[in-house]
Design a protein around this ligand. Sequence first.
Ligand code: NAP
Length: 245
Amino acid sequence: MQNIIIIGATSAMAREVAKLYAKEKANLYLIARDTSRLDIIKQDLVVRGANTIHTAHFDANQFDSHQVLIDQAFDALSRVDVLLVAYGSLPNQELCQTNSMKAIEELNTNGISVISLLTYAATKMEQQKSGNITVITSVAGDRGRQSNYVYGAAKGMVSTYLQGLAQRLSKSGVHVLDIKPGFVDTPMTAEFDKGVLWAKPEKVALIIKKRISNKVTFSYTPAFWFVIMTIIKIVPKVIFNKVKL
Ligand SMILES: NC(=O)c1ccc[n+]([C@@H]2O[C@H](COP(=O)([O-])OP(=O)(O)OC[C@H]3O[C@@H](n4cnc5c(N)ncnc54)[C@H](OP(=O)(O)O)[C@@H]3O)[C@@H](O)[C@H]2O)c1
């Protein structure tokens, strides 16, 4: 029976991942900001077969709560098989360009807070000498684009951090996975027009769980984003700077 921690458990993608583990009778430790939604999600996961479910409240930007939050989660489960970090916010890029406090808040939510939580979680995993740490970052972290480069900077920072963490923790038998989704139809992107490049959170969740089982270290999700991002990354700056993306 697997023991799973999900930070940002009210996210649409996280919720779908939790359903898959509930079906396998896992023990779930769900952490989220909106505790009333978390209670509803908990009821649903009980019906779907979860063995035990703990819940805890957190706000990513309350940094002084992070160590206790991680300690309590690891204590409750004794051994952690998977830690999934799934929260994030899509900033108003234009506002971030004129208001540094907003830019800093978004960098904290999408970047620094993740690193802060992983600082404590990674040490616990290292001591336990097993387990998986999976973080949902984004293709936006691969190359800064004018439409969302504050968000992209935060996600890129986390991806770079995960590369180093993966190298460090591989010596202790801990697997680190960076999930880089493209466009996913969730509340975060509710206002966007949807097209062929869009994936449903149910599909992304299946990919995440498979990548965890297969011990892959990073994954464009769905996989066709590898091709798109390879092209975007090699477009010469002189052309790139002339287009609006
Ligand atoms: N959707 C996409 O197209 C897409 C693409 C690439 C990457 N991603 C990434 O995928 C992950 C999951 O997002 P999603 O698409 O599933 O969106 P979502 O359903 O809107 O979930 C976002 C989650 O982040 C939480 N959150 C935001 N700010 C927080 C804070 N300060 N403290 C604690 N929790 C906070 C939200 O909590 P509340 O419920 O309390 O608001 C919500 O649970 C995020 O990291 C996102 O950046 C999404």
